[in-house]
Design a protein around this ligand. Structure first.
Ligand code: NAD
Ligand code: GLY
Length: 363
């Protein structure tokens, strides 16, 4: 089994990467494994992967309970958070109860937020079942729910005790969801590691075919990059923002289209092309870089253009949505731009330039 360490003092933990991992066997290293385990998942994942996880946790815990949420980004809400908290209270769960998030980024984000808030914080474990969750959302302790006015606007930084990335779970992942995960994978190249980007250019077909070794290499490298960033800036007071490359435009697309219409990774993919074009128009990178990024996104089967959110003034609608962003300061939107390939910076950009980019990058 491969492992990547997140170094955060008393909140440090490991990301374990393997195939058909027996969760109960990795728990002893974390000190967890008695009392009550509560698995939070959704109806789709429950049908595919719950029996194996429930039976494994049955070996380690006296009692195992399950909360099944409805499936979808549109359920990353107060309602789902409340469903989890109400179940915990109803079962008389105490501070030793361990929450297990079995699912993609939606289940992981809302379960993490429930763990952060129930009795002011109980332990939780991430069992990510999508590529996106294994390379990004399960790692680093960002937890959240959406608000109709803005994506991920309500949440907490709260680290899991361990993350177990079981590559065998990805066997059942639909192609569109795999592709959305590849959107977040591609992100790590322009912001941190262009040799990884180059390797991806040569490995895209194998990745789309779910080659197990390539998946293991991808999950490990992305987690290594994320671990380095999170270990140096856990609460995003500076460099962690680079992991949001493409997300300012992407979040506007998700909220503007209605949550769940565009997948998060799809919105980020189109958002990265827009942010790269913004970087080019700001004099930071050349057209060759923008074309190279666009080509890889296209080869992953992801969108390279944003949708029209408002036929009467599309740019105004994007700008309105983008102002509600955690990186905004005093109403000024700050974008993650590519300073040079492999290095990102966070900067405000004049609205006029942003408008130009939206006009050429949406259809
Ligand atoms: P998701 O959680 O909605 O999962 C995608 C779909 O795949 C769902 O329908 C799910 O039921 C299904 N699914 C999950 N695992 C499966 C499997 N093994 N087999 C078959 N189907 C499976 O979406 P996602 O792409 O995993 O996550 C997106 C979310 O993650 C967004 O809400 C985004 O904001 C969040 N996110 C958070 C962070 C963070 O740092 N916390 C980072 C990136 C993204
Ligand atoms: N996904 C961005 C972050 O974790 O900071």
């Amino acid at each position: 089994m491969r492992s990547v360490h997140i170094s955060l003092g008393s909140r440090s933990y490991d990301i374990l990467i393997g195939s058909a991992v027996a969760v109960d066997e990795v728990l002893p290293t974390t000190g967890l494994g008695r009392g009550v385990a509560v698995i939070v998942t959704n109806t789709t994942i429950a049908a595919l992967h719950l029996p194996r996880i429930r039976s494994a946790l049955g070996h380690a815990f006296a009692r195992v309970e399950v909360v099944e949420l409805p499936d979808g980004e549109e359920f990353k809400t107060w309602g789902s958070l409340n469903q989890i908290l109400t179940a915990l209270l109803g079962w008389g769960c105490d501070r030793n109860t361990v929450l297990f998030a079995l699912g993609g980024g939606v289940v992981g984000d809302v379960t993490g937020f429930a763990a952060a808030t129930y009795m002011r914080g109980i332990p939780f474990v991430q069992l990510p079942t999508t590529l996106l969750a294994q390379v990004d959302s399960s790692v680093g302790g960002k937890t959240a729910i959406n608000h109709p006015l803005g994506k991920n606007m309500i949440g907490a930084f709260y680290q899991p005790r361990v993350v177990v990335c079981d590559l065998a779970c990805l066997d059942t992942l639909p192609l569109r969801e795999l592709q959305a995960g590849i959107g977040e994978v591609i992100k790590y190249g322009p912001v941190a590691d262009m040799s990884f980007f180059q390797w991806l250019e040569g490995s895209m077909e194998a990745l789309l075919a779910k080659d197990r070794e390539v998946l293991a290499d991808v999950v490990q490298r992305c987690c290594e990059i994320k671990a380095a960033v999170v270990s140096s800036d856990e609460r995003e007071s500076g460099m962690r923002a680079i992991l949001n490359f493409g997300h300012t435009f992407g979040h506007a697309i998700e909220a503007g289209m209605g949550y769940g219409v565009w997948l998060h990774g799809e919105a980020v993919a189109a958002g990265m092309v827009m942010a790269a074009e913004l970087s080019r128009r700001g004099g930071l990178v050349d057209e060759v870089f923008v074309r190279r990024l666009t080509a890889l996104i296209q080869r992953a089967g992801l969108p390279t253009k944003g949708p029209i959110l408002d036929a009467s003034d599309n740019a105004a609608r994007y700008l309105e949505l983008m102002r509600i962003d955690k990186k905004s300061e005093g109403g000024e939107i700050r974008f993650v731009l590519i300073d040079s390939p492999g290095k990102a910076v966070l900067r405000p950009v004049p609205d006029a330039l942003v408008r130009e980019v939206i006009d050429v990058c949406c259809e």
